[in-house]
Design a protein around this ligand. Structure first.
Ligand SMILES: Nc1ncnc2c1ncn2[C@@H]1O[C@H](COP(=O)(O)OP(=O)(O)OP(=O)(O)O)[C@@H](O)[C@H]1O
Ligand SMILES: [Mg+2]
Length: 466
């Protein structure tokens, strides 16, 4: 599967020419190699990309924020002018931040997509999660600098790369907005030569050449049509046209030489992770007994409809399996809700356990208080393992065991903790959905383990307080 070569344009300094460079580079690459797919989007909070490339009057319903929701990148693309594809901008990107779990999310999403050729990402001058996501995904990071302070800021980008175990050589510096009229005495005759020398001295790679400051280029974004014009069509007579052509050639050669290695690396990693998670899922599934933990009856779907099940595990995960809801209710009525009698006891219990989110947990605990007495606790937990409500009853250990005299198979605590007579015995449960095995998949099982850990920590601190 072909993957795109990702070029991120980044600099923490505002107004150094990032967006001008990103948009024009897309067009110059397209002009250089007509059949090369070039896609562009911007995490900046304005609509330069749209003003330059939009063909249709009616705005698209898609935008860059949706890269972090369930949609596929290729479905967000609009065909733009000059043969460049673009994803429309969004000025309220911060509304989408809740969908970003980690810095690799964008890279994984693009790695799985059908995008090809070259993808250019324009960023804002802030090293926020959007910029970091774009840096993380990049085969090449182009850093426009216009003065010494903007070169100093480049250090933060280099630090981010080293934290992400990416080579510093991913960065390449391009002096921009260079005023060629300003001349210095000495070995470096203009600001381009000076900036390039500073950059090399600090261990950065640089592009050949620079982008000059041109009054003509400056006017391309301000005109009565409300459009933004590219250099290639409206400033062809300037030196910036030659400089952008030269840059596009260097970028294209880089692409030919190195290819889209970053996303292939990420896709391979993703594949390995999926394989690992699938193997872990199989292992977890194999451990599950085929029958209900309480009554032993085989749990089988009828017409693909599973009986109402709860998944259950001991605190160290060594004991696990499913229990049918009716068996769980029986167990709870026997030990925790003895006062509930009569025909509506099931529905009263159902009311107590009712969980509208369907993501909460049930926690059952049994603590031997002395030779005779045992405390039984039942808690409802929310989806993060926070206790919402609960009840505690003290029973005679002998009466607890009476139910299981002949047959200990229904005594879940003894089954889960055969060796343990003191301390607290804990069982965590969660109601299963249509597919009971879903809970054993990677993400749901991680949440499950997080809740188990939280209970363990709560118990340890409770013992210390006690
Ligand atoms: N080569 C150039 N010559 C003259 N003016 C330029 C040139 N390149 C960009 N400009 C102008 O400089 C200003 C800043 O450019 P641009 O918006 O591309 O910078 P930016 O780094 O994306 O800014 P921000 O950090 O705010 O996103 C714009 O008004 C743009 O028209
Ligand atoms: Mg910009």
């Amino acid at each position: 599967m072909a993957r795109p070569y990702v070029i991120t344009i980044a600099s923490e300094k505002g107004g150094v020419g990032k967006t001008t460079l990103a948009t024009n580079l897309a067009i110059y690459l397209k002009a250089l190699v007509e059949d090369l797919p070039v896609t562009l989007f911007s995490f900046d909070n304005h609509f330069t990309v749209d003003q330059m490339f939009r063909l249709k009057k009616t705005p698209s319903e898609h935008h860059v924020g949706q890269l972090f929701t369930g949609l596929q990148p290729e479905n967000l693309i609009s065909t733009g002018q000059y043969g460049v594809n673009y994803i429309p901008s969004n000025s309220r990107l911060y509304d989408f931040i809740q969908h970003i779990q980690s810095v690799d999310q964008l890279a994984l999403k693009v790695a799985e997509s059908a995008l090809q050729g070259i993808l250019i990402i324009d960023t804002s001058p802030v090293l926020d999660i959007y910029t970091r996501s774009a840096l993380y995904a990049a085969d090449r990071i182009i850093v426009p600098i216009k003065d010494a302070p903007s070169l100093e800021n480049c250090r933060h980008l280099a630090d981010f790369l080293s934290q992400s175990q990416r080579p510093k050589t991913t960065l390449k510096i391009l002096p921009c907005l260079i005023d060629t009229r300003i001349r210095f005495d000495g070995p470096f005759r203009n600001s381009y030569q000076l900036l390039k020398a500073y950059a090399i001295n600090r261990g950065y790679r640089c592009y050949e050449g620079f982008i000059a400051k041109s009054p003509k280029v400056e006017t391309l974004s301000t005109n009565p049509s409300g459009k933004i014009y590219p250099v290639i069509t409206h400033a062809r007579q300037t030196e910036v046209h030659l400089q952008l052509s030269h840059l596009a050639r260097q970028v294209y050669l880089d692409y030919l030489e190195n290819g889209p290695t970053r996303l292939i690396e990420i896709a391979n990693y993703l594949f390995e992770q999926q394989e690992l998670h699938a193997a872990q899922f199989r292992q977890r599934r194999q451990r599950i007994p085929s029958g209900c933990l309480y009554c032993g009856t085989a749990i089988e779907p009828t017409d693909a409809i599973w009986p109402d099940l709860y998944y259950l595990e001991s605190i160290d995960s060594s004991y696990c399996g499913f229990i049918e809801e009716r068996c769980l209710f029986k167990l709870l009525l026997q030990h925790y809700f003895r006062e509930l009698t009569g025909t509506n006891q099931q529905s009263l219990l159902g009311d107590f356990l009712y969980d509208p989110t369907r993501r909460g947990y049930l926690l059952l605990q049994k603590t031997r208080l002395d030779r005779e007495q045992t405390r039984l606790e039942l808690y409802r937990l929310d989806h993060q393992g926070e206790k919402i409500s609960g009840r505690s009853v003290e029973v005679l250990e002998s009466s607890f065991h009476q139910q299981h005299k002949q047959d200990t198979s229904g005594d879940l605590f003894s089954q889960a903790y055969p060796e343990q007579n003191t301390g607290t015995q804990t069982l965590l449960l969660q109601r299963c959905g249509a597919n009971p095995f879903h809970i054993l998949e990677h993400q749901p099982y991680l949440s499950w383990l997080t809740t188990l850990n939280r209970i363990e920590i709560d118990d340890i601190s409770r013992q210390h307080e006690g």
